[in-house]
Every structure is written in C-alpha cells, then in structure tokens.
Design a protein around this ligand. Sequence first.
Ligand SMILES: [Cu+2]
Length: 160
Amino acid sequence: MARKPFYLRLFWMAIVVLLVALPAWRRSDIPARYGIGMEEFKAKTEAMVAAFATGREEGGIPVIHPPEGDVYLMAHQFGWYPVLEMEVGRSYRLHVLSEDVMHGFAVTFDHGAERLLMPNQAEIVSLRPTVPGHYQIICADYCGIEHNSMRAPLIVTPRR
Ligand SMILES: [Cu+2]
C-alpha cells in the first residue's frame, strides 16, 4: 500500500482537530443556568449589597459597585434589584433570577446578552463593559402592565 502524501495526512489531521475543537468552542456559547430557590438567591444578593454598597441610591434602590466575578441581580414586576455599577475592562458573571413571573434580561451595551428568565432558575450572563457610560437593564419579555417601565440603570465607570 502506497504511503499517503504528507499534506494529505495534514489535511485529515486538521479536519479531526476541527471536529473535536468546534463543539467544545461552541459549548462556551450556550447560556448557563441553574436551579436555585428564591430565598437562597435573595440571601446571596443581600450579602453582596451589604458588602459593596456605594451609599448612593437610584430611584430608592441601592447602587452597588462589586468587584469582578459573581454578581447577583433580581428581576420582579416591575423592576430590578440592586442597581449595578461596573468598571470598564472587568469581567462579571451576572447571575439573574426572577422573583415572580417570566421576564427577559437585556442590557443596552451588549445585545448578545439577552436571556429569558424563569422563576427558580438563575441565568448566568457574562459581561465585560468596554465604554464608560450610563446604560440600562431592560425587560425583554412582556411581563405585565408596567413591562415597558421595567428598566434599571447600569453604570459603567472607568477602571479604578
Ligand atoms: Cu419583566
């Protein structure tokens, strides 16, 4: 049997590498979610609010400035809790949970970060803001009469 030319072997090797690597790469694209009770999630959110409060409020809701990493956000009819302040160039793993009905999470600086929110199921959204400014978190799924006003500021500051 004749030996296959080297470039042909290289070609097949590249195909195999692609077949193995492509699904692995795509997997990181699939939104992550996990089941969690509302009380447990609320406790994590309150601990974060207590630890990273800025002392400021927006519409009566505390503004927090957490370090990069895990950040908790609760959705309810018809608002979000707490108000988040993030820094440019930092990576946040936002855990979002609905307290009541189905909502949609969307943020005005990253249109790829839209998620459907079900009660008792936290969605993880990876965010890395790039430009300082005042953005908004909005509800992207009709949830009741005041759905259109279900929005909260998301403040992005320069890196400190
Ligand atoms: Cu909503």
